[in-house]
Design a protein around this ligand. Structure first.
Ligand code: SF4
Length: 207
């Protein structure tokens, strides 16, 4: 779940001292997706490229460890945190164990986040590496694909180190971020984060 209160406490940046935000590469249009694309366009994140008051630190963990293009992968037997603790595995679609490479990628991501002293990370829900609120449980191409609440391996690595993570679908959080980097931005109070939408509440049977 996102930490709206943390987002509200983010400082007001300037062009000379921009907000330092780690953003995964594909969300900025870099062609690092499994199929060599940028996984589609998310205007809510691309919008961040337009401001001088934010410094975007870009990184794709899967490309770092496995190159692009590559197979897709999912987490089997738990969440990203479970992978980090040795209790679940990341398997590629052909069944190759990618756990070690994914953990190395998560460690590199954390190293970059610390070196750059980032104040927030913006990542991609449902990715085995970058999901922050929702990921698949097992293979996404299974006949009855299953989602679970939880973070991907790299998002979990950042989170357990105290770095706050939001996703491209956390629209309420993004609204607060826009208001920090753009004094003229009027917050859309109707916007919802991923865990607040009907699909999430119905699928996971939460109120
Ligand atoms: S690993 Fe993360 S940054 Fe790389 S393509 Fe997948 S979602 Fe994007």
């Amino acid at each position: 779940m996102t930490d709206i209160n943390y987002l509200k406490t983010l400082r007001t940046p300037t062009a000379e001292n921009p907000l330092r935000v780690l953003v995964i590469s594909c969300l900025t249009g870099i062609l690092c997706g499994y199929d060599g694309t940028a996984n589609g366009e998310y205007p809510t994140v691309l919008k961040l490229l337009n401001y001088h008051t934010i410094k975007l630190v870009k990184f794709c963990p899967e490309e770092y460890s496995f190159g692009s293009p590559r197979e897709m992968c999912d987490i089997h037997g738990g969440t990203g945190l479970d992978v980090l603790e040795g209790n679940a595995k990341v398997l590629s679609d052909s069944g190759i164990d990618w756990s070690e490479g994914m953990i190395k990628a998560s460690e590199k991501m954390l190293e970059i986040a610390r070196t750059e002293n980032v104040e927030l990370a913006v990542m991609m829900d449902v990715s085995a590496a970058c999901g922050s609120q929702v990921i698949y449980s097992g293979n996404r191409f299974a006949e009855n694909k299953v989602y679970q609440i939880g973070a991907g391996v790299c998002a979990a690595q950042l989170m357990r180190s105290g770095i706050k993570v939001i996703s491209q679908r956390d629209y309420a959080s993004l609204e607060i971020l826009y208001s920090k980097i753009d004094a003229s931005h009027v917050i859309n109070k109707e916007a919802k984060d991923h865990h607040e939408i009907d699909w999430y509440k119905n699928y996971f049977n939460v109120k």
